[in-house]
Design a protein around this ligand. Structure first.
Ligand SMILES: [Zn+2]
Length: 151
């Protein structure tokens, strides 16, 4: 499962009742993107929630794909967001705190940790493979990314 399958909307029940409709807890589920983040119900939310919802839409749903918001760009951008927080030196608990402040989202720190571990392992594999293939630039690139994640 992708990390975006394990990102949830904070105050889910409260938001659903403000919107007078139900939507899944998972932030990146199709119906959540439609109802909460692209829906017409925005005006029904309290101000603090509106800000966060708009922020999320601006940062992750701003692509021009025809299938927006179901094109997958949001997931990709969110993965990059988490990796960037890690590069800034944040650990899993701090990353969860920041996504809560920024977008009213939460995840379990253990899930964030295994996502980060997997990313490091994937980069290691890329590095090894690129070395074997003589693609030293690619190998160096992967190595650089990896060292930013593990420091
Ligand atoms: Zn897109």
């Amino acid at each position: 499962m992708a990390i975006t399958d394990k990102i949830y909307v904070k105050n889910h029940r409260q938001l659903a009742s403000q919107l007078e409709t139900s939507f899944p807890k998972g932030a990146f589920k199709g119906a959540t993107l439609d109802i909460l983040f692209q829906g017409e119900g925005l005006a029904k939310l309290n101000e603090a929630s509106q800000d966060r919802v708009l922020e999320f839409a601006e940062d992750f749903l701003d692509c021009d794909c025809q299938a927006n918001p179901h094109c997958g760009c949001a997931d990709e951008k969110f993965v990059r967001y988490v990796l960037e927080l890690r590069e800034q030196g944040l650990g899993p608990d701090a990353i969860v705190d920041v996504m809560g402040d920024d977008y009213m989202l939460y995840a379990y720190p253990g899930d964030v940790l295994s996502f980060l571990d997997n990313s490091v392992r994937t980069l290691e594999a890329v590095e090894t493979l690129a070395d074997v293939e003589g693609e030293h630039e690619a190998a160096n690139g992967a190595q650089r990314l990896r060292s930013n994640l593990v420091r």
